[in-house]
Design a protein. Structure first.
Length: 198
Protein backbone atom coordinates (compact mmCIF):
# COMPACT_ATOMS: atom_id res chain seq x y z
CA UNK A 1 0.00 0.00 0.00
CA UNK A 2 1.18 3.33 -0.98
CA UNK A 3 1.52 5.95 1.69
CA UNK A 4 0.24 9.41 0.89
CA UNK A 5 1.77 12.56 2.21
CA UNK A 6 -0.55 15.20 3.38
CA UNK A 7 -0.30 18.89 2.74
CA UNK A 8 0.39 19.57 6.42
CA UNK A 9 3.24 17.06 6.40
CA UNK A 10 4.76 18.76 3.35
CA UNK A 11 4.26 22.14 4.97
CA UNK A 12 5.90 20.89 8.19
CA UNK A 13 8.84 19.41 6.23
CA UNK A 14 9.34 22.74 4.40
CA UNK A 15 9.24 24.65 7.71
CA UNK A 16 11.84 22.24 9.19
CA UNK A 17 13.97 22.59 6.06
CA UNK A 18 13.79 26.41 6.28
CA UNK A 19 14.75 26.29 9.98
CA UNK A 20 17.57 23.90 9.21
CA UNK A 21 18.76 26.21 6.41
CA UNK A 22 18.67 29.19 8.83
CA UNK A 23 20.85 27.21 11.29
CA UNK A 24 23.22 26.26 8.44
CA UNK A 25 23.37 29.90 7.25
CA UNK A 26 24.09 31.04 10.82
CA UNK A 27 26.89 28.44 11.13
CA UNK A 28 28.33 29.58 7.79
CA UNK A 29 28.19 33.20 8.95
CA UNK A 30 29.91 32.28 12.24
CA UNK A 31 32.58 30.29 10.38
CA UNK A 32 33.13 33.19 7.99
CA UNK A 33 33.55 35.61 10.91
CA UNK A 34 35.90 33.16 12.65
CA UNK A 35 37.89 32.85 9.41
CA UNK A 36 38.17 36.65 9.20
CA UNK A 37 39.35 36.80 12.83
CA UNK A 38 41.91 34.05 12.13
CA UNK A 39 43.18 35.88 9.04
CA UNK A 40 43.48 39.10 11.03
CA UNK A 41 45.32 37.31 13.84
CA UNK A 42 47.63 35.69 11.27
CA UNK A 43 48.38 39.09 9.72
CA UNK A 44 49.17 40.52 13.15
CA UNK A 45 51.44 37.54 13.88
CA UNK A 46 53.27 37.97 10.56
CA UNK A 47 53.73 41.69 11.27
CA UNK A 48 55.06 40.90 14.74
CA UNK A 49 57.45 38.31 13.26
CA UNK A 50 58.76 40.85 10.73
CA UNK A 51 59.30 43.40 13.51
CA UNK A 52 61.08 40.76 15.61
CA UNK A 53 63.30 39.79 12.67
CA UNK A 54 64.21 43.45 12.13
CA UNK A 55 65.02 43.83 15.83
CA UNK A 56 67.17 40.69 15.78
CA UNK A 57 69.08 42.04 12.75
CA UNK A 58 69.69 45.36 14.52
CA UNK A 59 70.88 43.61 17.70
CA UNK A 60 73.14 41.28 15.68
CA UNK A 61 74.65 44.29 13.91
CA UNK A 62 75.24 46.03 17.24
CA UNK A 63 76.79 42.89 18.73
CA UNK A 64 79.00 42.54 15.67
CA UNK A 65 80.10 46.11 16.16
CA UNK A 66 80.89 45.41 19.80
CA UNK A 67 82.89 42.34 18.76
CA UNK A 68 84.80 44.38 16.19
CA UNK A 69 85.46 47.10 18.76
CA UNK A 70 86.70 44.53 21.28
CA UNK A 71 88.98 43.03 18.63
CA UNK A 72 90.38 46.46 17.78
CA UNK A 73 90.92 47.24 21.47
CA UNK A 74 92.86 44.00 21.90
CA UNK A 75 94.84 44.65 18.71
CA UNK A 76 95.83 48.16 19.81
CA UNK A 77 96.74 46.98 23.32
CA UNK A 78 99.11 44.27 22.09
CA UNK A 79 100.50 46.35 19.21
CA UNK A 80 101.36 49.27 21.51
CA UNK A 81 102.71 46.96 24.22
CA UNK A 82 104.96 45.10 21.78
CA UNK A 83 106.04 48.33 20.09
CA UNK A 84 107.06 49.69 23.47
CA UNK A 85 109.00 46.56 24.43
CA UNK A 86 110.40 45.47 20.97
CA UNK A 87 111.67 42.19 22.39
CA UNK A 88 110.24 38.79 23.11
CA UNK A 89 111.96 36.08 25.13
CA UNK A 90 115.31 37.85 24.87
CA UNK A 91 115.05 38.32 21.11
CA UNK A 92 115.26 42.00 20.10
CA UNK A 93 113.37 43.36 17.13
CA UNK A 94 113.96 46.55 15.20
CA UNK A 95 110.69 46.74 13.27
CA UNK A 96 107.03 46.16 14.02
CA UNK A 97 104.31 45.91 11.38
CA UNK A 98 100.59 45.46 11.62
CA UNK A 99 97.74 44.18 9.52
CA UNK A 100 99.67 42.54 6.69
CA UNK A 101 97.71 40.62 4.09
CA UNK A 102 98.42 39.08 0.75
CA UNK A 103 96.98 36.52 -1.64
CA UNK A 104 98.62 34.61 -4.42
CA UNK A 105 97.04 31.95 -6.59
CA UNK A 106 94.68 30.03 -4.28
CA UNK A 107 96.41 31.02 -1.00
CA UNK A 108 95.74 34.04 1.16
CA UNK A 109 96.68 35.19 4.61
CA UNK A 110 96.12 38.03 7.03
CA UNK A 111 98.58 38.65 9.83
CA UNK A 112 97.85 41.01 12.71
CA UNK A 113 101.29 41.96 14.05
CA UNK A 114 104.84 41.18 12.91
CA UNK A 115 107.98 41.75 14.96
CA UNK A 116 110.99 41.69 12.62
CA UNK A 117 114.77 41.68 13.05
CA UNK A 118 117.61 40.69 10.69
CA UNK A 119 116.80 36.96 10.68
CA UNK A 120 113.62 36.28 12.69
CA UNK A 121 109.96 37.21 12.64
CA UNK A 122 107.32 36.73 15.30
CA UNK A 123 103.86 36.70 13.76
CA UNK A 124 101.14 37.50 16.28
CA UNK A 125 97.47 36.58 15.91
CA UNK A 126 95.36 38.86 18.13
CA UNK A 127 91.87 38.08 19.41
CA UNK A 128 89.93 39.57 22.29
CA UNK A 129 89.16 36.02 23.38
CA UNK A 130 91.18 33.25 21.77
CA UNK A 131 89.46 29.95 21.03
CA UNK A 132 90.89 26.70 19.61
CA UNK A 133 89.44 27.41 16.14
CA UNK A 134 91.37 30.69 16.06
CA UNK A 135 94.57 28.88 17.01
CA UNK A 136 94.09 26.18 14.35
CA UNK A 137 93.22 28.74 11.66
CA UNK A 138 96.32 30.76 12.57
CA UNK A 139 98.51 27.66 12.42
CA UNK A 140 97.20 26.95 8.90
CA UNK A 141 97.86 30.54 7.80
CA UNK A 142 101.43 30.39 9.10
CA UNK A 143 102.13 27.50 6.72
CA UNK A 144 101.68 29.89 3.75
CA UNK A 145 103.45 32.95 5.16
CA UNK A 146 106.76 32.45 3.33
CA UNK A 147 104.88 31.59 0.14
CA UNK A 148 102.84 34.80 0.38
CA UNK A 149 105.78 36.96 1.49
CA UNK A 150 108.85 35.55 -0.30
CA UNK A 151 111.03 38.44 0.95
CA UNK A 152 110.95 36.65 4.33
CA UNK A 153 111.71 33.18 2.97
CA UNK A 154 115.11 33.00 4.77
CA UNK A 155 113.76 34.24 8.12
CA UNK A 156 113.06 32.02 11.11
CA UNK A 157 109.33 32.29 11.83
CA UNK A 158 107.79 32.16 15.30
CA UNK A 159 104.06 32.16 15.97
CA UNK A 160 102.28 33.88 18.82
CA UNK A 161 98.66 34.18 19.87
CA UNK A 162 97.56 37.15 21.94
CA UNK A 163 94.29 37.73 23.76
CA UNK A 164 92.71 39.14 26.87
CA UNK A 165 91.07 35.78 27.53
CA UNK A 166 92.67 32.47 26.59
CA UNK A 167 90.78 29.40 27.84
CA UNK A 168 92.75 26.26 28.70
CA UNK A 169 91.80 24.40 25.51
CA UNK A 170 93.15 27.26 23.36
CA UNK A 171 96.22 27.56 25.58
CA UNK A 172 96.95 23.83 25.33
CA UNK A 173 96.58 23.86 21.54
CA UNK A 174 98.87 26.89 21.32
CA UNK A 175 101.45 24.99 23.36
CA UNK A 176 101.08 21.97 21.07
CA UNK A 177 101.85 24.21 18.07
CA UNK A 178 104.81 25.80 19.87
CA UNK A 179 103.41 29.34 19.89
CA UNK A 180 104.24 32.16 22.23
CA UNK A 181 101.12 33.01 24.21
CA UNK A 182 100.61 36.67 25.10
CA UNK A 183 97.93 37.76 27.50
CA UNK A 184 97.09 40.77 29.63
CA UNK A 185 97.94 40.79 33.33
CA UNK A 186 97.16 44.18 34.81
CA UNK A 187 98.97 46.77 32.69
CA UNK A 188 101.59 44.36 31.41
CA UNK A 189 101.77 41.74 28.68
CA UNK A 190 102.45 38.31 30.11
CA UNK A 191 104.43 36.00 27.84
CA UNK A 192 104.30 32.25 28.07
CA UNK A 193 107.36 30.91 26.36
CA UNK A 194 106.77 27.89 24.14
CA UNK A 195 109.19 28.62 21.33
CA UNK A 196 109.15 26.57 18.20
CA UNK A 197 110.25 28.22 15.00
CA UNK A 198 109.90 27.20 11.39
Amino acid sequence: MEETITFNEIKQAIIELIESQKVTDQKIKELSEEHKRTELAQQKTELAQRKTAETVKKVAKQLGGIGNNNGEIAHQYFFRGLKHRMSLNGISFNEIKQKLSNSFKDKSGEYDILLVNADSIVIVEVKYSVNPKDVSRFYEQLQYFKFLFPMYSEYKIFGAVAGFAIPDDALNLSEDYGFFVLTKTGKEIEIRIIMQGW
